[in-house]
Ligand binder design. Structure first.
Ligand SMILES: [Zn+2]
Length: 208
């Protein structure tokens, strides 16, 4: 995938009525979709995303820094004398976003690789609540930014697995997220055919 494809392929927030009408807490999913759909482009924007979606709801302490696999810690706090280079934050956010979307793409059929769910549970980044939605995110500041975002997806997928297995769509080509498989299948998007596998299956028959 070319870099510009990745940047222009901003997923839209889902309009699925089941999300809006749900009685259950879907804030973790909305937080995760906000991150991948409108990725924060500055330290201040990233700090405010944390504040709104994780710190204020009591899911996490306010992080002083963020990190991703390749990077050093990048400071987020207001007490930092010099704001971090915007490109440093953008690079970190883009890398985290790409890793998150790659994990979700692997979760799509036919591979249905759900190891990121087990990793979130084993890593203590999600925990049982005892309430009606039995899992909630509980990441820590020294977790990778991608693991923090994945913990949000993981909590919602653990709580609403059937919903995700029926509706979650991740385009194999541009990684766009949607919740309407009737349009382009679960691995396509309005601009990209679902998958070669599906196309071949549709065309195959006794005449081939
Ligand atoms: Zn696409």
């Amino acid at each position: 995938m070319r870099q510009e494809d990745f940047h222009t392929a901003i997923p839209t927030l889902p309009s699925a009525p089941s999300l809006v009408a749900s009685d259950h807490d879907r804030r973790a999913l909305l937080a995760a979709l906000t991150f991948v759909g409108r990725p924060p482009r500055s330290a201040a924007a990233l700090a405010s995303w944390f504040e709104k979606h994780l710190v204020a709801p009591g899911k996490m302490e306010r992080p002083a820094y963020v990190t991703e696999g390749f990077s050093k810690h990048v400071a987020l706090g207001l007490q930092v004398p010099a704001a971090p280079d915007a490109s440093e934050i953008e690079e970190l956010v883009d890398a985290a976003r790409f890793r998150v979307l790659a994990a979700l793409r692997a979760f799509m059929p036919p591979t249905a690789d759900d190891r990121f769910l087990a990793a979130a549970v084993d890593g203590g980044r999600v925990r049982p609540t005892g309430g009606p939605g039995p899992w909630e995110p509980c990441p820590r500041e020294d977790d990778l930014l991608s693991d923090i975002v994945l913990s949000l997806f993981a909590a919602d997928i653990l709580n609403f697995r059937e919903f995700h297995e029926a509706y979650l769509c991740v385009c194999k080509t541009c990684l766009r997220i949607d919740f309407d498989p009737s349009r382009s299948g679960r691995t396509g998007c309005p601009e990209h055919e679902p998958t070669a596998t599906v196309s071949v299956m549709r065309r195959s028959g006794p005449s081939l």
